[in-house]
Design a protein around this ligand. Structure first.
Ligand SMILES: NC(=O)c1ccc[n+]([C@@H]2O[C@H](COP(=O)([O-])OP(=O)(O)OC[C@H]3O[C@@H](n4cnc5c(N)ncnc54)[C@H](OP(=O)(O)O)[C@@H]3O)[C@@H](O)[C@H]2O)c1
Length: 192
């Protein structure tokens, strides 16, 4: 049996179980986020849902503008991730457009989230930025040809971004996480 896990949703659920936590969830289409809206009905005072498409900087700016005077974030989890729809994407056929589009979500999006929140003093002191990376970005473990060049390299770039944030920015801790393997759209497509 395969269970499709929506990891972002699970994280929201997990944090809401702690009564001291308030969760600010974002997604591309809040009106279609059925499960998230069910959680909102259950936890109306501790969950806010807003729209961000991390590949569109304007949506990040608008969000930070809306929140900056009222919230200090303790934890930012950059979970959004995408991949090439071409399962045969490799070094010889990867396209500029395909690479850019995956980089926009997997690396540039987390960078802009961090940057706009940090520059607008939206983090609590000693806040945590957790970037969800992938074992497929491991340079050490890449010892055979890999498909999905854009995914592997964009997550490797995210790892470097994480390292740079962790040593350069005052007042925040930043690390990346490989969440392990679980059945989601991403893993199902990778295995197809
Ligand atoms: N599944 C695994 O085994 C595995 C292994 C290693 C790492 N990861 C990482 O775990 C994270 C979650 O992925 P998942 O496997 O749980 O797959 P998933 O269910 O497809 O989740 C990916 C999420 O990212 C969102 N997203 C994609 N592009 C976005 C954008 N431009 N702006 C905002 N949100 C966007 C998607 O939103 P929509 O619902 O609107 O499409 C979706 O909710 C990803 O960063 C992935 O790389 C997963």
């Amino acid at each position: 049996m395969f269970i499709r896990i929506f990891s972002g949703l699970k994280l929201v659920e997990l944090f809401l179980k702690d009564e001291t936590k308030k969760v600010f969830a974002t997604c591309r289409n809040p009106e279609n986020a059925t499960k998230l809206n069910e959680l909102l009905e259950k936890y109306p005072s501790r969950l806010d849902i807003d729209m961000i498409d991390v590949s569109k900087e304007e949506t990040i700016k608008n969000y930070v503008e809306k929140r900056r005077d009222s919230v200090k974030f303790k934890v930012l989890i950059n979970n959004a991730g995408t991949y090439s729809l071409d399962r045969f994407e490799n070094l010889q056929n990867a396209t500029k457009e395909g690479m850019l589009s995956v980089y926009e979500t997997n690396c540039i999006g987390p960078m802009l989230m961090m940057q706009h929140l940090y520059n607008n003093q939206c983090f609590e002191n000693d806040a945590i930025i957790a970037n969800i990376s992938s074992g497929m970005a491991s340079i050490n473990r890449t010892n055979r040809p890999r498909k999905r060049v854009s995914y592997c390299t964009s997550k490797a770039a995210l790892n470097m971004l994480t390292k740079m944030i962790s040593i350069e920015l005052e007042g925040v801790y930043c690390f990346c996480i490989h969440p392990g393997w679980y059945y989601s759209v991403i893993l199902i497509l990778f295995n197809s």
